[in-house]
Design a protein around this ligand. Structure first.
Ligand code: NAD
Ligand code: UD1
Length: 334
């Protein structure tokens, strides 16, 4: 297949590019580099031995997108491009709706104009809002507690409406749980600008001595050790989930919401412990108050992905920590 990855130079996009290209797909990247660098192209070539074309542009530039779809003969799009920081979305909601919602409208218009109607969308477990039961299956009611989450929900609704209006659309909304880890080469991974707001990159920087200690946001949750429980999924498993979704969409039309998670919860303290083991470093921490908006526990029921995509996450928390640590050391050398 000829696949356009919007946001393809970012964290999840770059790992997916590796997996798809190794499966023989032709991959073209489209990115405005607002949260990534074109240096990743060289790294991708080093890992795969292949050259990835990059169209540098914004997804809101419908004409540029249309030209990219036409000139590369694209038949499928994976839409990663968007803004993703929950806290920032509360401060800059208009930017989030413009990038995420308007960006997706522009993409759908370009795709419709070019008669490209197969789409995989990067959704998030955030669309479930406050969990009413666990594990979260795809029939759990949706809701959002911040503009980032609402932008994902609005997009899902648009995608579902588009698919209802025209049976040619084949759309998968992949609801990611907590993506972490890095490619086994240690050459690509997650390298956030400024202080990380997510747990795994923060722990990695503490282990590396770049930050003095981790703040654990609450140890009085109704969980086995009192700290927050999440469903961490290795980014390479996630990337393989996208390849499986492309295969599925070959024989399925309509709109499909599918969880990508492991189904297993891991607490903050368990993650600290696993990271210490993987890095052989200390991870000093102090317990702080709960972070506003956090839930006690969140993990997937991954049955639908197993049934529809014939895909299961297989990498362990230890592998997530080991690959994160390997990448962290590469970043330090840079
Ligand atoms: P990322 O920031 O590393 O990658 C996103 C890429 O999109 C970046 O390269 C950025 O430059 C590009 N981009 C942003 N706005 C754009 C625009 N208007 N036009 C063109 N390019 C644009 O993020 P990621 O972690 O790889 O996330 C990819 C997708 O997955 C996002 O949509 C995100 O919301 C979703 N997601 C991520 C997580 C996570 O924890 N990483 C969890 C759930 C869902
Ligand atoms: C965050 C996003 C969510 C997104 C998800 C996946 C928020 C509020 N939510 O969720 O929308 O879908 O990432 O990427 O940002 N923790 C600490 N100390 C830290 C950082 C985190 O104790 O310095 C704890 C948190 O309280 C939580 C766990 O670690 O219990 C995981 O946090 P984080 O990595 O931010 O992910 P989520 O909160 O699940």
């Amino acid at each position: 297949m000829k696949v356009l990855l919007t946001g393809g130079t970012g964290y999840i996009g770059s790992h997916t590019a590796v997996v798809l290209s190794q499966l023989g797909h032709e991959v073209v990247l489209y990115d405005n580099l607002s949260n990534s660098r074109d240096a990743v192209l060289k790294t991708l070539a080093k890992i795969t031995g292949r050259h990835f074309p990059l169209v540098r542009g914004d997804v809101r530039d419908t004409e540029l997108l249309r030209n990219a779809l036409a000139s590369y003969g694209i038949d499928t799009v994976i839409h990663f491009a968007g803004l993703k920081a929950v806290g920032e979305s509360v401060v800059k909601p208009i930017d989030y709706y413009a990038n995420n919602v308007q960006g997706t409208i522009s993409l759908l218009q370009a795709m419709q104009a070019q008669q490209v109607k197969t789409l995989v969308f990067s959704s998030s477990a955030t669309v479930y809002g406050q969990p009413q039961y666990l594990p979260l299956d795809e029939n759990h009611p949706t809701g959002a507690t911040n503009p980032y989450g609402r932008s994902k929900l609005h997009i899902e609704e648009m995608l579902s409406d588009a698919a209802s209006s025209d049976a040619d659309w084949r759309i998968a909304s992949l609801r990611y749980f907590n993506p972490v880890g890095a490619h086994e080469s240690g050459l690509i991974g997650e390298n956030p600008n400024g202080a990380p707001s997510n747990l795994m990159p923060y722990i990695a920087q503490v282990a590396a001595g770049q930050r003095s200690e981790l703040r654990i946001f609450g140890n009085d949750y109704p969980t086995p050790d009192g700290t927050g429980v999440r469903d961490y999924i290795h980014v390479m498993d996630l990337a393989e989930g996208h390849a499986a979704a492309l295969k599925f969409l070959n024989q399925a039309s309509g709109w499909h919401a599918i969880n990508l998670g492991t189904g297993k919860g891991c607490s903050v303290l368990e993650m600290v412990c696993a990271f210490k083991k993987a890095s052989n470093r200390q991870v000093p921490y102090r317990v702080d108050t709960r972070r506003i908006g956090d839930v006690a526990a969140c993990y997937a029921n991954p049955t639908k992905a197993a049934e529809l995509l014939n895909w299961k996450a297989k990498r362990t928390v230890d592998e997530m920590c080991a690959s994160t640590w390997q990448f962290q050391q590469t970043v330090e050398i840079e």
